[in-house]
Design a protein around this ligand. Sequence first.
Ligand code: BUP
Length: 455
Amino acid sequence: MSDDVVHVVVLPSAGMGHLTPFLRLSALLLHQHCKVTLIIPQPTVTLSESQLLSRFHSTFPQVNQLHFQLPPPTSNEGDPLFQRVEAIRASGPILSTLLSSISSPPLSVVVSDIFMISTLVPITHTLSLPNYVLFTSSATMFAFFSHCSTLSASSDAVEIPGISPIPRSSIPPVFLVPDSKSVLRNIFMEDSPKVTKLHGFLINTFEALEQQALEALNAGKVVSEMPPVFSVGPFAPCEFEKEGQWGNGKPLRWLDDQDSGSVVYVSFGSRTALGRDQIREIGEGLMRSGCRFLWVVKDKIVDREEEEGKLEDVLGVELVERMREKGMVMKEWVYQSGILGHRAVGGFVSHCGWNSVMEAAWNGVPILGWPQHGDQKLNAEVVERSGWGIWNKNWGWIGERIVKAEEIGKAINAMMNNESLKVKAAQVKEVGRKATSVDGDCEVTLHKIIEEWKN
Ligand code: BUP
């Protein structure tokens, strides 16, 4: 291996929403001839993470993988993802030893998750290693993150310099409660003042989608002395993700039998467990929409627990029977990128997790946003502003109110029959694909960053 090879340590935190973009970035770095070492905290929160990792490793055996063991959670309460994140943040000494042990070829850079800033900055500083962060949500959310420690949310909207005002109702509620015990809030408050200590930020987004936020960030309007913020998306779904992912093949066979653009795909991501009352209203709403549907039902946060229950327990036998006529309802993990890329899919009811948004952009699928928590309303705003999606602002955060079947059915029908959303979604797809093509913005930007890492 030549001496000027760029050796990148890639360090995700926890959850599919974070792991997936880190593995997609790793695939891009390998394509650009970098050496990649992947450090994975064990055990993973979900089964889907460990399955994705094993597919990644069998496709890319040249990737050096290092694991480190996290202590078991001290309590069964609270969000398992954030318990894991807290354990990772407390693993400074192990991470320092691991990073110091990597010598051949010498390390060029560490690309880590946003949740590790406080832990990694002192270590990479001591080891004289550049530290970049791959931010796994939108540039708009990154602007919010960078600004949140100085947030003043007393009025109707939050003002971030250079960014359109964000309605108070779109700010994750934990940021509006000063003494909130939320882990997410505490991490944001502790780490956001440290953004200037990083060497750069990579975001899975593209200029045409988030020009305003990217410009404001890079012009130092959001935070003066902000390190460079690079848009490197949209990340293309990779071949390694596909392996065995159509499961028993049922959803693919079913989609193959449907008319083009006729199916609405419904999923609230890997971490949103809706209440049963709300789930049943969605079922009835889908029936009223008059559309064919493919719906992933989740009533547990962690997928390992999901496997224990049956669909009939959640929806009731009668509704499950009625739905068979019109759609396919799954409780299992599905191959979302494949579904969104199928010609039969004409719309996506999404919680607006950022990976889902980017996968819809990649495939030109209109979105009916139904944000549930965290960054999702800010992401839904990005989609709506670019004209390829809509969302009902009065549906509230998860659990705030039960949205009734009638409203849901009408909104789905309106999205599926909205020609202007289809046109705009096709344009977003075209621009996104261009950014990722050979010599497109994404490849050029990555190449430039890698050249910098050589120095
Ligand atoms: Br559910 C589900 N199949 O069945 P987001 C999700 N996914 O491939 P989240 C599947 O998980 P955060 C399934 O394609 C996307 O890449 C999906 O990430 C995939 O939302 C990923 O969309 C989910 O960012 O994460 O899971 O809520 O908390 O980071 O927003």
